[in-house]
Design a protein around this ligand. Sequence first.
Ligand code: GLU
Length: 502
Amino acid sequence: MEKKVRVRFAPSPTGGLHLGGVRTALFNYLFAKKHNGTFILRVEDTDQTRFVEGAEEYIVSCLAWCGIQADESPQVGGEYAPYRQSERKSTYKQYAEQLINDGFAYYAFDTPEELDVKRKEIPNFLYGQTSRMGMRNSLTLSSEEVDALLKNNTPHVVRIKMPENEHVSFVDMIRGLVSFDTNLVDDKVLLKADGMPTYHLAVVADDRAMKISHIFRGEEWLPSAPVHILLWKYLGWEDEMPNWAHLPLILKPDGNGKLSKRDGDRLGFPVYAQNWTDPKTGDMTKGFRELGFMPEAFVNLLAMLGWNDGTDQELFSMAELIDKFSVERISKAGAKFDFEKAKWYNHEWIKHTDAADLLDIVKQEFSAKGIDLTDDNFALKVIGLIKDRCNLLTDFVAQSEYFFKAPVEYDLPAVKSKWTAEKADFFNAYLPAIEDGFTTLELEEKFKSLATEHNLKPGELMLPFRIMLVGGKFGPGVFDIAVTLGSAETKERILAALAAFA
Ligand code: GLU
């Protein structure tokens, strides 16, 4: 019988959500939706020293912005609740005890100071098979000593006992057969001195409890896979073990190592999905959303970091991604992050989105700058005219503000030196020709024939005309601008500029 697809995104609430994290969530989500499965958000907050206030809400908000809805989560609940590991604390201890009783784990009483001494003594110290017999643990102490230490509540952890000379192998859905030499893996802590499980124990216990069928997670977790696989085995759950898929790393633009938040700061682009303010320092890190990315574009560009559908197609909506997604087409090789390409996706999405669907967000952008767009019809015309020129949603204001506010300053150096009385005469003569109802083409033809009548080249009049209407040397076709502004406004702007140019 086919397993029912149940996948999870299991972030730790430790701060801003890196785009790699969103991509992990996205690939889990696409796989779930493709197979009519369930997508779960599980919050892995067992490391209380790394817990950051507000980080969970922030993650939920980032996912919602991307259109990634969890079927089960701390917020929506579900059959396998609670979905926060800190609220599941009582369930983990029994597994640690079971592992100890079965000889797969042991108590370790080494103090942080003792461990420090060892680390200083032995370069690259690993708490594992070569060192464990020289440490203070239930393998080296007598059972009476261990009992006494436990009775006295001596601080201790529980460690997995990695087997000697074994290979842990599994078939990764992306990488194929992967094999680890157990001699090279340390005895990871499973239960900490505070009674909280570590990630390793909690992740296995919860994946099993929540009947997770497939695990998609970043490649950085690959070295932990042998520990997890052994835990599935040692706890007697091997038959229920999910399928594994370790997603390729997202690399720095030059391909040299994993993309970090610091690379974004250094190179001037965001790495987090949304703005993140560190509650302790108050420092704000900018996110893709606030920089002016459309969620559709963000999702699209993330999907292409390590996946393609086998054709040249690059633009995909969420629905198309769900339809076309296949694990076979996820690459093993790391994907370089290219911010210029990211902006290209956003530009394409803005271009292909109907003006009506951009209206609300453009209005918000303007109102943030203190300008209220009250005439929706007019705003829609403007958006339609300039959206091809915007890479970011935040470009809309700069690219179209002049439609809503007549220029108060002109790029005078661009016109002044070549400005003549003949040119002024031409514009005065052009005024009566500008009537409402004219098409762009009609306005342009009239402009050109009148220029010829005035013995002027239309080419030398276009730039002044643009500067009259826009203030600067940018924007779409100048006759499109005039038609959109309407005759009264166009005439007023010509007259005002004539006075300024004189
Ligand atoms: N809590 C881990 C993280 O922060 C989850 C890793 C996994 O998916 O197993 O990414």
